[in-house]
Design a protein around this ligand. Structure first.
Ligand code: FAD
Length: 549
């Protein structure tokens, strides 16, 4: 068996290592266009920022290790130019000698990744404009920021946000320009609205809802013209507006490619030619939730797909389950993580959903160092199946989203979340973990124990009842809110009309829930504001940002 693998980083190197573990006798050729196989793309922003001090740390599995430990025929600085499917061979260009040669294969695995998108902006080819895909890019940016005081990052996705954090960490005056009125597009706007403040407080400039329309090179800096009419100066411009699957090699060979450019593959990662597999950022996979075509340029799927391709070549019955888009990103002292569908994805796909928002602490409040975060859970209103979750804030965000990602893959419902047995000691969590709490609230909604209203749907009719303390009320309240602290509500029931709906709220939704239970038992038509004043404030902030704030 001779396996040839194109691309020697996340998906390709995983496939090669797995193939070797399954068959000592296979000939495994790993061909990489760049100078380094198996490097840590995900660590590059932190190398540029200085958090990872040594570049060598990014070389996860150096060539010698791949050759000596795994007996792989690793060829770097070689580019696969064409696939001859009929003769089962590829043409390879040796970039050192500029000579082309032919290599045969029994099975071919494509893992060529995705290339950064370069928009057709005038001046985009300026030498001050960089994209970040490989170590050579990282090296260039690393040295360029050493010589510059100002940087602009274009695009507020994962890589853009990470680059802003790391450039600020290097002491560079950095501005992020993002077309949408929010960073991190896959999240719902109110969930990531607090990150705008986090970034500004850390010293980054933020131009949301704006676009770079032209770049003009100057002797010491480039001038970027903005759609809003303003301009920015920068010695370094990082383009991070997304990636495009590198599928030309596949499409030129007549392999099926999807509408968004991803190579079409089966669950066993076979392309439309059963002897050719494709994995990683270059492929079109399916959403594990909707079953529709999806692209997920993430390291986890690429690694798992590489492993699956190798397994399948050696006759194992395996199948990729599709992607959920489980992701996490750091943004200064905050973390944002999500899995599954967002609310806007549910709407776009016309999927029926309900949601709850809670604002728990990372661990027991009485133990020092607890950090707050916001958690939004989306679920099917029929059977409570978990559809998606997002969390933003301090410590513990990643762990809750990982639990919920597993819940989604297992097809669990909010009733299962109520029963999830999760580890607990005060410095790590709470006896009722935030995952349990989200389950309690969502299951309460479905059982009818807990009527709730969302911040974006209060309407004009209800009495808005603030059940927090007078001091909390004074510090900031919903418009037209009447303040009756929860402790006084029983005595002051006659102030709550029986002929009008009531929306009760507190800071995060717990006292509001108590109030609605109390009021309902006294014949009032009462609902709780989900996530309380905290969620309402997040919505207000998202609206302010959408309006250009
Ligand atoms: P890659 O790892 O990109 O490897 C493809 C390789 O194929 C490239 O080295 C390329 O040179 C080579 N190649 C392409 N065409 C040819 C050819 N014709 N001949 C020979 N070689 C070829 N994901 C996360 O999940 N979490 C993160 O925190 C995260 N951070 C990231 C940060 C950055 C800066 C970047 C760029 C990506 C990040 N990712 C992250 C995404 C993750 O790195 C990718 O999803 C993953 O590497 C994809 O694996 P792959 O094998 O498909 O492609």
């Amino acid at each position: 068996m001779k396996i040839v693998i194109v691309g020697a980083v996340a998906g390709g190197a995983s496939a090669a290592a797995r193939a070797r573990r399954l068959d000592e006798s296979a000939e495994i050729v790993l061909i990489e266009r760049g100078p380094d196989p198996s490097f840590a793309n995900c660590g590059m922003p932190y190398y540029i920022g200085g958090e990872i001090a040594s570049r060598d740390k990014l070389l996860v599995a150096p060539i010698e290790l791949l050759r000596d430990r795994l007996k792989l025929d690793v060829r770097v600085r070689q580019s696969v130019e064409r696939i001859d499917r009929g003769r089962k061979r590829i043409s390879v260009l040796d970039l050192e000698t500029d000579r082309e040669y032919v290599e045969s294969f029994d099975k071919l695995i494509l893992s060529p990744g995705a290339a950064p998108i370069r928009p057709p902006i005038p001046g985009v080819d300026s030498s001050r404009v960089y994209t970040l895909r490989n170590l050579a890019d990282a090296d260039k940016i690393h040295s360029a920021v050493g010589e510059s005081q100002r940087a602009v990052v274009v695009g507020g996705g994962f890589i853009g946000v990470e680059m802003v954090e790391n450039l600020v960490r290097r002491g560079i005056q950095t501005t992020l320009v993002e077309r949408n009125p929010q960073v991190l597009g896959p999240w719902d706007p109110e969930m990531v609205a607090p990150l705008a403040k986090v970034m500004r407080d850390a010293g980054a400039g933020l131009r949301l809802g704006d676009e770079v329309t032209a770049i003009e090179d100057g002797p010491s800096a480039a001038t970027l013209t903005l759609k809003s009419g303003g301009s920015l100066e920068a010695g370094v411009v990082i383009l991070a507006i997304g990636v495009r699957p590198e599928s030309d090699l596949a499409s030129d060979a007549g392999l099926a490619v999807g509408q968004r450019g991803g190579i079409v593959v089966s669950p066993s990662m076979q392309t439309s030619d059963p002897d050719i597999y494709a994995v990683g950022d270059a492929v079109q996979t399916t959403s594990a939730i909707t079953g529709k075509p999806a692209q997920a340029p993430l390291a986890g799927p690429a690694n798992r797909q590489g492993r699956i391709a190798a397994d399948h070549i050696f006759g194992r019955e395996v199948g990729f389950r599709g992607v959920q888009g489980t992701a996490v990103v750091g943004c200064f002292e905050s973390t944002a993580a999500m899995t599954g569908l967002s609310e806007k994805a549910c709407r776009a796909e016309a999927i029926e959903y309900d949601k709850v928002c809670i604002h728990p602490a990372s661990h027991a409040g009485y133990y020092p160092g607890a950090e707050p975060f916001s958690l939004k859970l989306l679920f099917a209103p029929t059977d409570g199946r978990v559809l998606g979750a997002q969390a933003v804030g301090g410590a513990g965000v990643d762990k809750r989203i990982d639990v919920l990602a597993t819940a989604i893959q297992a097809g669990l419902s909010v009733y299962d979340l109520e029963e999830a047995e999760l580890c607990y000691a005060p410095q790590y969590g709470s006896a009722k973990d935030p995952v349990n709490m989200a389950g309690f609230v969502a299951a309460g909604v479905l059982r009818g124990d807990q009527r709730q209203v969302h911040a974006d749907a209060i309407g004009d009719e209800p009495l808005v009842l603030d059940v927090r303390s007078p001091a909390e009320h004074k510090a900031g309240a919903l418009p037209r809110a009447v303040n009756i602290p929860i402790e006084e509500l029983r005595e002051r029931l006659d102030e709550v009309p029986a002929d009008r709906p009531v929306v009760a709220y507190c800071k995060v939704g717990i006292r509001g829930y108590l109030a609605t239970r109390l009021l309902a038992q006294h014949g009032r038509d009462a609902s709780n504001l989900s996530g309380g004043y905290s969620s309402w404030s997040q919505h207000q902030e998202a609206q302010r940002l959408a309006a250009g704030g």
